[in-house]
Design a protein around this ligand. Sequence first.
Ligand SMILES: Nc1nc2c(c(=O)[nH]1)N[C@H]1C(S)=C(S)[C@@H](COP(=O)(O)O)O[C@H]1N2
Ligand SMILES: [Mo]
Length: 539
Amino acid sequence: MEKIQEHPEKDARSRQTRLRYGLLAALAALGAGLVASLVTITIMGFLRLFAGIPTPVELFGDRVLKLLSADTFVRMLVTFGHDSKLGPLSLALWGMLALGTVLGLLYALLVRLRLPVQSWQPEKREWLTAAALSLVMILLAVILFWDELRQNFLGLPIDQARFATILGLILQFCAYGFILCLAYRMLIPHHYTEESGSSVQSQRRRQLLQRAGVAVVGLGAGVAGLQLGNEYKQRYTSYDGTQAHPHNEITSPITPNDEHYVVTQNPIDPTPNLDVWRLEVTGLVGKTGTYTYEQLKQLPSTSRAITLECIANGPGSGLMSTAIWHGVTLKTLLAHHGEAQNTAKYVSFSSVDGYTVSLPLQEVLEADALLAWQMNGSDLPLRHGYPLRVLIPGRYGEENPKWLTRVDLVDHFIGGLYSDQGWYNGQLHTMSRIDHPRSARKFGGPIEVGGIAFAGYRGIQKVEVSTDAGTTWNTATLTSPLSPDTWVFWNWTWQPAQAGDYTLVVRATDGTGEQQTSHRQGTVPNGATGYHEVKVTLQ
Ligand SMILES: Nc1nc2c(c(=O)[nH]1)N[C@H]1C(S)=C(S)[C@@H](COP(=O)(O)O)O[C@H]1N2
Ligand SMILES: [Mo]
């Protein structure tokens, strides 16, 4: 070993030794990178599950999802099938682990330690290099994910949430740099001499212990990481996409809370804590303000039945439901803040899960948007947006933000997940659905045909049913809806002349006199249109 330092080039054996050292250093660098990444991932999981701080993996996912088109997004959902969220997220996690491991090599190249080293203690230069690496990672994350940093799953208001996320990034990436620096020193080949006071043997033993220590930390972090991963999966929003179905072919005017359809962007939904959660009213209002949950509930409030429909609801599907929502109207709220300023053109809603929606202020006020804290008489369930959500009659579900934390009046449109992807954001299309009959019937006697129709606050003027695939139409009877913002029930008594196979079709005309379009289109990206058809056999 001494020879390396004396005549490095001349000696073939020393070249071989150098090669061996190079390999050992590379292995040490990869090992240190892996252990540092595992610890970082464990910290991420911990902060995510216990402090509601989003992981860099999720921040990355949110950033990327906004860059996709609606088409690509839906294709991705289909490709990953049942694992539509966990699949891509775990891919990103593995990617991060690999990147963090390989980054160990970069670190080793930067510090270029002369092997074998004399001490297990990193020098100042190494600490500085590791710190620089951490700093670059933190800065990159903050810059790339700036718009996503505002989320916090315990419900922190936006500015605090952003601060907490940045603190989390600092902690995670500093831990990475620290462990990388230390573990690399412990893993690389050491030079043992008698001079340092202890025997060569005890020095060897010490390094062995240190290496074992690094391995134990890596293993411990790996096990903890797996456990946190399992906990993550347990809290996973497997209810995403739950549809509401009629019972015995009858839809109830009000959908019970536990049957209401659910759609969420989140792998794990927020669980806002009322001690930290606030509603902020900001931007172009007379005076801004902040409410606790209790203060909010002191505002003059009202109840209204409102139907929600997801833009992904195709003809005949169940991604729509109706509830009686209770809360304060946007109009009343703004009146408490000296009204909107003249320059306010849009209202922008922000939620604790980072979801943002902005809509033309005028339209939202005319639709009499409601900020609701109750659903069918009980506090909002978590998955429906506890403690506060917005209802915008006339707009698809995606523009009805849950887990609201800020109402901001602005002079321009502000994007969000679905608008960035290019999903339609306008008045929802008129729809109608046949709920019964959906199955074969005995021939003989009249048959009740019925279902729902919906056109947001435009209301429904007329519903027609055809039993001959749309050749002739019969006008149905309408039941007055629970409010101008709900679905309308229709029915028509059919007197079939003979047994056989029939194709029933339904179409509605909205309150403005415009007939539902027969043009068939899928849900992506403009919302499905076309008539709902049901094939029935009369035996
Ligand atoms: N904050 C937030 N609001 C959200 C969503 C979300 O993921 N996050 N999903 C939207 C979508 S796409 C729909 S269809 C409705 C669904 O509301 P529900 O689950 O209460 O039926 O919420 C909307 N509001
Ligand atoms: Mo939706």
